[in-house]
Design a protein around this ligand. Structure first.
Ligand code: AMP
Ligand code: GLY
Length: 421
């Protein structure tokens, strides 16, 4: 098969790594890709808004399957467009993607289907939202309804913070149209898990889970980021909790999709809060998580293309997903200043030395090649994933690798997988 992966982050690099391992993969392409991806796939720069050009690229290169990484392309309808041109696409329809692209849509789906989620109210007007926050207890969480690159969620400890959040989203329109509607919800406590399962028209099958570290600095300090690292497994994830997730979250989601005739084909990512009262859905994501994807795919033993093909044919019930169950951690190396302002084009050395270390893989997130050097081109630059018998060994390996890279242009968290194990 000829495969095209859309996206250019570490998630897409890890998807390319898994696809390349498949005996079914003939040629592998990636748009736009990055310096690391270009070592495994033929990368091409095409503006992903130019759907027709992507279609032409697919025709020219006899692409048999397009795999979409980021949610934005799903919202932009790339998946629907290519499918309408008879190209096989792994990535849900624009309609089904609303589970992520509209928080209000997701909340209503969860409530209709009696799936635990934080109590909430939605508002279209600043005045009524402002009035509401003067009558409630804190903390609360305020969210822009639409996609906001993971930045549209604000946890507010008191009324002034909430007023500021409302002003940023609804008056200053920081997230544009995504903030035309907001939801205000109760603050949940517990521990968070990113849980993944493939869903088709008839059934679903678990892929696995990971625990993410969202804050920029050690001890969960500093601003929220796209994710600074993650790990698997966690001792907190007992068999009982996994069973509860199956019964209270996965099963009713699958039944809800069927009852509402909302056809979802693809990977579904459940952002869960495991509270004292059991698992609650914080959000659905209609794609692989980043960085979670990197560790899930390192542990995946079953051929990814076989799973994807079965998924698209609604034959997931015929599939048995085998995973390695080893300890895997992923530590993100980010540019100094991320998630705020940072400099680009900083040279990364020593990557070749590290790449060959046993149990280590480097997935590039934002790198390019300038004058023969690999340089940074974004906030999260690359990540190290390490696989071992225990989290402690995996941690040791990952941090040795990062110290060998010794990049002065950036930083990483030192405590990935340290707690919660
Ligand atoms: P979301 O984009 O909805 O996943 O939110 C981003 C992050 O905000 C989550 O991963 C949580 O850490 C936090 N968060 C969102 N909603 C809640 C909630 N209701 N209670 C506590 N934390 C939340
Ligand atoms: N790591 C969380 C996400 O991909 O949204």
């Amino acid at each position: 098969m000829n495969i095209l992966v859309l996206g250019g982050g570490a998630r897409e690099h890890s998807i390319c790594y898994a696809v390349k391992k498949s005996k079914k993969c003939n040629n592998l392409f990636c748009i736009p890709g990055n310096a690391g991806i270009s070592e495994v796939a033929i990368c091409k720069k095409i503006d992903l808004k130019k759907k027709k050009e992507i279609f032409n690229f697919c025709k020219k290169n006899r692409i048999n399957l397009v795999i979409i990484g980021p949610e934005q392309y799903l919202e932009d309808g790339v998946s629907d467009y290519l499918k309408s041109k008879q190209i096989s696409v792994f990535g849900p329809s624009k309609k089904a993607s609303k589970l992520e692209t509209s928080k209000s849509f997701a909340k209503k789906f969860l409530i209709r289907n009696k799936i635990n989620t934080a109590k909430y109210k939605e508002f279209k007007s600043y005045v009524s939202a402002r009035k509401y926050i003067s009558s409630i207890e804190f903390p609360i969480v305020i969210k822009a309804d639409g996609l906001a690159s993971g930045k549209g969620v604000m946890i507010c400890k008191n009324e002034p913070e909430a007023e500021n959040a409302l002003s940023i989203i609804m008056k200053k329109k920081k997230f544009g149209l995504a903030g035309n509607k907001i939801i205000i919800e109760e603050f949940l406590t517990g521990f968070e898990v990113s849980y993944f399962a493939f869903f088709d028209k008839n059934s679903f099958i678990k892929l696995g889970y990971a625990l993410d570290h969202k804050r920029a600095y050690d001890d969960d300090k500093g601003p929220n980021t796209g994710g600074m690292g993650c790990f698997f497994p966690s001792k907190k994830m007992t068999k009982e909790i996994e069973e509860e997730i199956f019964k209270k979250i996965l099963l009713p989601t699958s039944l809800g999709l069927k009852n509402e005739k909302l056809i979802y084909r693809g990977i579904l990512f459940f952002g869960l809060m495991i509270t004292k009262e059991g698992p609650y859905v914080i959000e659905y994501n209609v794609r692989f998580g980043d960085p979670e994807c990197q560790i899930l795919l390192r542990n995946l033993k079953t051929d990814l293309l076989t799973i994807m093909e079965s998924n698209l044919q609604d034959k997931l019930s015929n599939i048995n997903i085998k995973t390695d169950n080893k300890a895997v951690i992923c530590v993100v190396l980010a540019s100094n200043g991320y998630p705020g302002n940072f400099k680009k084009n900083k040279i990364l050395k020593n990557l070749n030395k590290v790449k060959s270390l046993k149990g280590i893989k480097i997935f590039h997130a934002a790198t390019s090649i300038k004058n023969g050097n690999i340089v940074s081109s974004g906030g999260r630059v690359l990540s190290i994933t390490s696989k071992a018998k225990s989290i402690n060994s995996a941690r040791k390996m990952a941090y040795e690798a990062l110290n060998k890279i010794g990049w002065e242009g950036g930083f990483f968290r030192n405590d990935i997988g340290l707690k919660n194990t």
